[in-house]
Write a protein that binds this ligand. Sequence first.
Ligand SMILES: Cc1cc2nc3c(=O)[nH]c(=O)nc-3n(C[C@H](O)[C@H](O)[C@H](O)COP(=O)(O)OP(=O)(O)OC[C@H]3O[C@@H](n4cnc5c(N)ncnc54)[C@H](O)[C@@H]3O)c2cc1C
Length: 303
Amino acid sequence: MTWREIVVVGGGLIGSLVAFTLRRAGLDVLVLDSGRPGAAWRAAAGLLTPDGERLHGTPLYADAVDGLRRWPALAAALEDSGGVAVAFREGVRRQQSDGRCEVTAGEASLHPPSVVAAARSGLEVIHAHVSGLHAVPGGVWVQAGEQGWHGRHVVLAGGVWSAALGVPVRPVQGQALLLRGPVDLGAVYGPPRRGFSRYALARPDGVYVGATARASAAVVPDARAGRWLRGVARELVPGVTATPAGTVLLGLRPVTPTGRPLVQPHPTVPGVTVATGHGRHGALLAPNTAARVLALVQAGIRA
Ligand SMILES: Cc1cc2nc3c(=O)[nH]c(=O)nc-3n(C[C@H](O)[C@H](O)[C@H](O)COP(=O)(O)OP(=O)(O)OC[C@H]3O[C@@H](n4cnc5c(N)ncnc54)[C@H](O)[C@@H]3O)c2cc1C
């Protein structure tokens, strides 16, 4: 059995960008992904908006601003390496309750499925469902049913499914709507209503309207959420009544008990670094998380 230097469990927004960053640092990296329905990255809007998400004054703000600062260079590196455009775009508008709009300084958006595709394109990715992580002399045995891999170091980035591998995360389901039709909209936040963020943005695959949040692991669309989203679309997207019904997107955001991501050694399995629990901010925080995981892995290699 050959040993891999790094095995990353989960190739979503966090796992694929961690793997891309470790690979660029010259490490040998294998990614295992089980293609779970309900993976958050497939449903994510792609807003990079610390202020739009009202993070100012929260413990997440510094990492969010750092993530935003790192995104332009990371987006360029992703595009250079794989030839996949990630649709990184600066400029987000905020609509006031009187209808006036202001552009927020420095905020941006991108297309999460393209980010994952671009990151994965230069990596070795194997379809496998990891069922166990076991410390062994010299590293970790990563078990996937009858198969398995030895990793000198393992990064656990399985989103909400990291819970089955010993990490305290729970799902917060989000539903969104993808409308067809080229609308020159950019990205716009509506005025929050009853605490919910309402936003719409033009992406390469259509106009994205989002998003709901409820404590649930269900991966089937909810009709009531659909009605709410169509109401948001009518308010924020000009000419939407002429647009066909659209596609429903559904994803499970991984949320920790404290609301802060876990980027740290695994609580019980030595040799495993956990990178999950990014809730509604995984795209925004991913470059910061990737840099932190690289530092932890390099420190582990030096020790
Ligand atoms: C509706 C919605 C809108 C969002 N909008 C934004 C936004 O605008 N901006 C923002 O910053 N964030 C946004 N998010 C949040 C963002 O999507 C998440 O924080 C992020 O995707 C979490 O990344 P992750 O890699 O931890 O998990 P995921 O993206 O869920 O990926 C986990 C991956 O691990 C794999 N996996 C799981 N278990 C195993 C296993 N046992 N073995 C192998 N592979 C496994 C899965 O197949 C999956 O590919 C949104 C989320 C939702 C649902």
